[in-house]
Structures are given as structure tokens and as C-alpha cells.
Design a protein around this ligand. Structure first.
Ligand code: UDP
Ligand code: MG
Length: 306
């Protein structure tokens, strides 16, 4: 019988963890699916790890990985995949926002021969207008950069072990699971699901961390910001042609002393274009530096049940 590994990144989820385990066990056992739950504790500060330890002691289906500190959800997903033994692996949030019923549906599709089953959001749950608008903009840029439709992408996916092997072979430090799992190709199908309200605890994403996440991924996948630098260069060159001609004509006519205001404005404009451009290039250099350091994506301090 084929084994389904479910990877659940966990960060300060003690209030919901036991309920998640119960729900998943119920659904999977009702369907007679042979399964393994891998909780990846991303350096939780609350009692999550103790709950995982306890649960894995009582139930051989449950295992856990504990990071030495918080490395972020991406790292947790990859650590889980690296330790999964299943013939297929699913990744889902452990706050029950990804419905277990959809997991079953995904597994059935895998049995029919699909190698990558992508969960796409039918709705986006409750969000503020600004949040939604920036998410739309981010996915527009990312869709363009990766040449794949990412508008409804999520981290809720089920992958065949072949696909998981390919993902784990990719050496980059800055991983972006939802884009990488589309990039590898394979026989793919999409499954729509409704994002449920978080039942307890709260979202781990602050506005700041979301902006950081967006900027890093745009820089990693797209050279669009660099094209802004080129565009700004072309713009100021054209401007310089026009203003240069005007200045020469004035000089020839003999009234060249005026125009101090123009000089100040030009210095300010060009100065800011140059500094913004340097900042953008610097950001790319920082990313390259991060990659060539080739540090591990995560550090595991403890495991249980593996
Ligand atoms: N998570 C994690 N490390 C982090 C932040 C979040 O492993 O640094 C986990 C979290 O426990 C949850 C999933 O990633 O299982 C999604 O996080 P959250 O629900 O906060 O995000 P949202 O659903 O609001 O996008
Ligand atoms: Mg959530």
C-alpha cells in the first residue's frame, strides 16, 4: 500500500496542534490511507514541541523535527520533504486553514497518476483591501517572472516522490516552494479549495515580513527591478538631450547666467535616480552574496519518531 507523507510546518501552534492531528487522523483513517505526519517545529517558543514529542511517543504515524531557531516556513517545508519516506508527500499548514478533505482528494488524484497536485485558493479568506491589492500585484510580477500563473497559488500541494527528489536537488538557499514546485513541471493538476478561517492562534506574517518575503522573491526570480535602472538611465539621457540643446541655444544667444533653479532640480532628480538604482543593484548583490555563502537552509536540533 502506498504511503502518504504529510509535512506540516509548525510555528507556535500549541493551541491548535492536537485538533489538527485528530482531524487528519480521522480523515486519513476513514479513507484507509497509509500515512505519516511529519511536524516540522520551526523553533516554536510555546509548547508545540512538547505536544509533538508526546504525540509521536503515542502514535507511530507521527514524527517531528525541531529546528534550532526559527528559520521560516520555506525551510520547514524543505526539511519535512527531505525526511519524508512516502511515495507521495503533501505539504499543508497546521492551522487547519487547508481542509483535510482536499488532502484526500489530492491523494486520490495522485493515485490516478498525477505527479504534482496543486491546491489553488478559490477565495482568499478574510483580508484587508491593502493586503489583497499588494498580494495581487506581487503575484502579477511573480507570474510574469516565472512565466506561470501564480495568482491563486498556495503552499498546499501534493507531490510524487520523483518531484520531491527534483525539488531537493535544487541547490539554492532562498527557496520559494510554490514557484519551484510549478517550475519542475511533471503531470500537474489543480484542485480548488476554500481557505478556512484560522480557528485559533494568529497569522505569523506581519506586514513587514510579507514585504520582505515579496521583495526577496521578486529579486530572486525577476530582473524587472534591474530594467527599471536601465529605463531610468534612458529617461535621464533623453532629458539631457533636450535640456542640453536648450542650454546651448541660450548660451549662443548670450543669456546663459539664469537657470539656477533648473540646475538644482536636475541635481536632485539625477541624484535620486542614481541612488535608487544603486540600491536596486546592491539588493541583487546582497542576494548573490547570500547564495554563495551556501549556508544550510536550516539546522535541526532534535527529531522524534524518524
Ligand atoms: N509557519 C512556520 N514558520 C514561520 C511562520 C509560519 O513554520 O516562521 C507555519 C505556521 O505554523 C503555519 C503555516 O506556516 O502552519 C502558515 O502560517 P500562517 O498560518 O501564520 O500564515 P497564513 O495562513 O496567515 O498565510
Ligand atoms: Mg494560516
Amino acid at each position: 500500500m502506498s504511503l502518504l507523507s504529510v509535512v506540516l510546518p509548525t510555528y507556535n501552534e500549541e493551541s491548535i496542534l492536537l485538533k489538527t492531528i485528530l482531524m487528519l487522523k480521522n480523515h486519513l483513517e476513514n479513507e484507509n490511507i497509509n500515512y505519516q505526519l511529519i511536524f516540522v517545529d520551526d523553533g516554536s517558543l510555546d509548547g508545540s514541541w512538547n505536544l509533538i514529542l508526546h504525540a509521536s511517543g503515542e502514535d507511530p504515524h507521527i514524527s517531528g523535527i525541531h529546528f534550532s531557531r526559527n528559520f521560516g516556513k520555506e525551510a520547514a517545508v524543505f526539511a519535512g520533504l527531505a525526511h519524508a519516506k512516502g511515495d507521495c508527500c503533501a505539504v499543508m499548514d497546521c492551522d487547519l486553514q487547508h481542509p483535510p478533505a482536499t488532502l484526500i482528494q489530492m491523494f486520490r488524484l495522485w493515485e490516478q497518476g498525477y505527479e504534482v497536485v496543486e491546491g489553488v485558493k478559490r477565495n482568499r479568506g478574510k483580508e484587508s483591501v491593502i493586503h489583497r491589492a499588494s498580494a495581487v500585484l506581487f503575484y502579477k510580477i511573480m507570474s510574469k517572472a516565472t512565466k506561470m500563473d501564480m495568482s491563486a497559488a498556495s503552499d498546499f500541494k501534493l507531490l510524487d516522490k520523483k518531484a520531491v527528489g527534483q525539488l531537493l536537488n535544487m541547490p539554492e538557499h532562498n527557496t520559494f516552494f510554490r514557484a519551484m514546485s510549478s517550475w519542475i513541471g511533471f503531470k500537474t493538476i489543480r484542485v480548488e479549495y476554500d481557505v478556512r478561517e484560522r480557528e485559533s492562534g494568529r497569522s505569523k506574517w506581519s506586514t513587514r515580513s510579507l514585504i520582505h518575503y515579496a521583495v526577496t522573491n521578486i529579486a530572486a526570480y525577476s530582473s524587472l527591478p534591474m530594467q527599471f535602472v536601465t529605463g531610468a538611465g534612458v529617461f535621464s539621457f533623453l532629458l539631457s538631450l533636450v535640456l542640453g540643446a536648450q542650454t546651448l541655444i541660450r548660451y549662443c544667444r548670450g543669456h546663459a547666467v539664469e537657470g539656477f533653479t533648473t540646475v538644482i532640480l536636475l541635481i536632485l532628480l539625477l541624484g535620486s535616480i542614481i541612488m535608487i538604482s544603486l540600491g536596486i543593484i546592491g539588493y541583487y548583490i546582497a542576494q548573490i552574496y547570500e547564495e554563495i555563502k551556501a549556508r544550510p537552509r536550516y539546522i535541526i536540533s532534535k527529531t522524534t519518531g524518524l
